[in-house]
Design a protein around this ligand. Structure first.
Ligand code: F6P
Length: 364
């Protein structure tokens, strides 16, 4: 049978473990030798003890755990060619030319570049006597399949990234808690959520929590929003509402790309309306805790599909990402997703916010 390896890269996300479990078990079930690469790309570069064989039992009872049991890291070495040379050598030493990368867009872009560079890396390794010619021929191509693990839901091509649903559960629990104390004291709360440059978590949180206002990068508020916001809050209080919830994405900006900060919003409200206004920054709480049922299933389905995609790959097939489309697990070209995700960033930069929303796709 063949050998395949799995690693998790970038920020962790709930649901990565169920994905790892499905990859290991589907791989073993199909007769493959499966390896863990610990600590993401760093483990690939370091080799040695970072690359270890997985067993059926090594993934028992991990579905309910948040994070990733094989560790994750942001890696500088892999960005340089010497690091990628070491990574290629380590893979060949283990007889691995099938890998599943679970990560965000940066990690998946890196995987794609590595694949494109593979033959030139092998050539250099043979020329410098680090790899035998026959091994280079046996492993002449590299198959890569990507799974999108990120709480941000910021990847074009899939309706949901692994982890976003669990993060929403964490956020909802937190808002429910805040609402009871806010009501008691007639306070206004600004709840800052993660998402990097993506407003998905903020938007869905606002919809699901009956919030009064949301700040998100893809829909910056019109000039004069300060008056609108204060009027809105005043109106809600006049109709008897005892609290206000404002959801603010960590990447929120105004139309001129100036960041909108929780502190500034608080100052505005407490000065103009004299409301007792507090800030809660949820931070990494959102990335922790056990995966939701949805993320466990999503990770499991995607992990199994990733192995099938690897087994069906040919030397000429393009790398794919396993994505969710509606309720279906589908394979989409990795490069198209990466390009589309880049197009979102460019549209945002050029202040074409409507276009950015549309490019983000169905989740908006
Ligand atoms: O991409 C996931 C994420 O949690 C973002 O929402 C956030 O901006 C970032 O990672 C935080 O990164 P770190 O954990 O490295 O501080």
């Amino acid at each position: 049978g063949c050998s395949l390896a799995v690693f998790t890269s970038g920020g962790d996300a709930q649901g990565m473990n169920p994905a790892v479990r499905a990859i290991v078990r589907m791989g073993i079930y199909l007769g493959c030798t499966v390896y863990f690469i610990h600590e993401g790309y760093q483990g690939l570069v370091d080799g040695g003890h970072s690359i270890r064989q997985a067993t059926w039992a090594s993934v028992s009872g991990i579905s309910e755990d948040g994070g990733t049991i094989i560790g994750s890291a942001r890696c500088k070495d892999f960005r340089e060619r010497p690091g990628r040379l070491r990574a290629a050598k380590n893979l060949i030493e283990h007889g691995i030319n099938n890998i599943v990368c679970i990560g965000g867009d940066g990690s998946l872009t890196g995987a794609n570049l590595f694949r494109e560079e593979w033959s030139s890396l092998l050539k250099e390794l043979v020329e410098t006597n680090q790899v035998k010619q026959e091994d280079a021929e046996t492993y002449s191509y590299l198959n890569i399949v990507g799974l999108v693990g990120s709480i941000d839901n910021d990847f074009c091509g899939t309706d949901m990234t692994i982890g976003a649903d669990s993060a929403l559960h964490r956020i909802m629990e937190a808002i429910d808690c805040i609402a009871t104390t806010a009501t008691s004291h007639q306070r206004c709360f600004i709840l800052e959520v993660m998402g990097r440059h993506c407003g998905y978590l903020a938007l869905v949180t606002a919809l699901g929590s009956d919030a009064d206002w949301v700040f998100m990068p893809e829909a910056p508020p019109e000039p004069g929003w300060e008056d609108q916001l204060c009027n809105k809050l005043k109106n809600t209080r006049e109709t008897g509402q005892r609290l206000n919830i404002i959801v603010l994405a960590e990447g929120a900006i105004d139309c001129e790309h100036r960041p909108i900060k929780s502190d500034d919003v608080r100052e505005l409200i407490s000065k103009r309306l004299k409301y007792d206004t507090r800030i809660t920054i949820l931070g990494h709480v959102q990335r922790g805790g056990c995966p939701s049922a949805f993320d466990r299933l999503l990770g499991t389905r995607m992990g199994a599909e990733a192995v099938l995609a690897l087994m069906e790959a040919t030397p000429t097939s393009k790398p794919v990402v396993i994505a969710l489309s509606g309720n279906q697990t589908v394979r989409v070209p990795l490069m198209r997703c990466v390009e589309k995700t880049l197009a979102v960033a460019q549209a945002m930069q050029a202040k074409r916010f409507k276009e950015a929303q549309e490019l983000r796709g169905r989740s908006f």
